[in-house]
Design a protein around this ligand. Structure first.
Ligand code: ATP
Ligand code: MG
Length: 325
């Protein structure tokens, strides 16, 4: 049974996405596992259509460049003909109260109301679309962080409810916690994690950044006022973040890494070198794929065909049991 993971094109992929997710998918994934670019989830708040399309394409290329097998990858919107009906069936299985309990919706909608920005219905219903993503592919394990665990629980409840109400059609998925990975922090504010959607990119190392730019960003990273080069994530988060990046690139524990450096300057040079070399092959291969649209289109089409085949029988069973279609 497949394990399903996704990445949303809410911004260009960064070092945290690469070390914390994409590189692991490529290295530790199992042959049947599935990965998708969740472009439909990138529409729940205001967005720019051309940018969304470009970023989806870039992410698809990046997943392939990172070494994930192309037949394990697809783009979510290519499954719209199947996801549409399944989402509707699941919306008619989900209670309003259940959806309204989603912590992420409560937080995100409260923040938008404060900013007097309209809250889209899509932001409210997207966990149901996420349930459709999971249930359509028959995934039984969904590796997620704490922020998404509640959404997988919802998918689980909806699958169970559908099966008991209408008949067995859906695999009941469960959330699995991926082994702890370094959380890469923003270089200009190491108290928050590096994120795609951060408006100020100065502290974010993007996978597609040129080496010179990566080096400049690392050089400007916030460090701490202490002199000692020791690993103390609470007292010296800026330094700890740089040490963790070295650790993730070299495979050595962060605590040991600190001993190798005499100054911040030296450490930053090494961080820049390591990050540049870690990302170089991925950036170059991604660039090659983006420069070859027919090849990328072919990969995308094949991924879409496989994912569509995987879900076809399940969807027709669901529709038949639900009394429609
Ligand atoms: P957004 O700002 O839109 O939430 P994001 O950068 O947080 O974007 P997600 O799409 O939420 O990225 O997450 C994609 C994957 O990357 C997830 O598996 C997540 O755990 C991982 N990830 C995201 N940010 C980091 C980070 N700073 N360090 C390590 N892993 C990360
Ligand atoms: Mg995130």
């Amino acid at each position: 049974m497949p394990r399903l993971s996704a990445i949303t094109p809410s911004g260009p992929a960064h070092l945290g996405n690469y070390l914390g997710a994409i590189r692991r998918w490529a290295r530790e994934g199992r042959p049947g596992d599935l990965y998708f670019v969740s472009d439909l989830h990138g529409m729940t708040t205001s967005y720019h259509p051309q940018r969304l399309r470009h970023r989806s394409r870039e992410l698809l290329a990046l997943l392939v460049a990172a070494g994930i097998e192309p037949d394990q990858i697809f783009v979510q919107s290519d499954l719209l003909p199947q996801l549409g009906p399944l989402t509707w069936v699941l919306e008619c299985t989900c209670s309003f109260g259940e959806a309204a309990r989603m912590t992420q919706f409560k937080e995100k909608s409260a923040a938008r109301e404060l900013a007097e920005t309209p809250v889209r219905v899509g932001l409210f219903t997207y966990p149901v679309l996420m349930a459709a993503d999971i249930l359509l592919q028959g995934a039984d394990e969904v590796p997620v962080g704490d922020d998404q665990a509640q959404h997988v629980e919802l998918a689980r409840s909806l699958a169970r409810r559908f099966n008991t109400t209408f008949g067995d059609a859906l695999v009941v998925p469960r959330a699995v916690t991926p082994p702890a990975a370094a959380r890469v922090k923003d270089l200009s504010d190491p108290t928050r994690k590096m994120a795609k959607s951060t408006p100020d990119a100065a502290g974010v190392l993007f996978v597609m950044d040129e080496p010179d730019l990566l080096r400049r960003k690392v050089k400007r990273a916030v460090t701490d006022s202490f002199d000692r080069l020791e690993y103390h994530p609470d007292e010296q988060p800026g330094l700890a973040n740089l040490l963790e990046i070295v650790a993730a690139c070299t495979g050595k524990p962060a605590r040991e890494v600190a001993d190798a450096f005499g100054s911040y300057g030296e450490l930053k040079d090494t961080v820049a070198d390591l990050v540049i070399e870690e990302l170089r092959p991925i950036r170059e291969r991604t660039g090659e794929l983006l420069a070859d649209p027919p090849e990328l289109d072919r990969i995308r089409r094949q991924g879409a065909e496989r994912a569509t085949e995987r879900g076809a029988d399940r969807l027709s069973t669901v529709l038949r049991l639900a009394g429609v279609g």
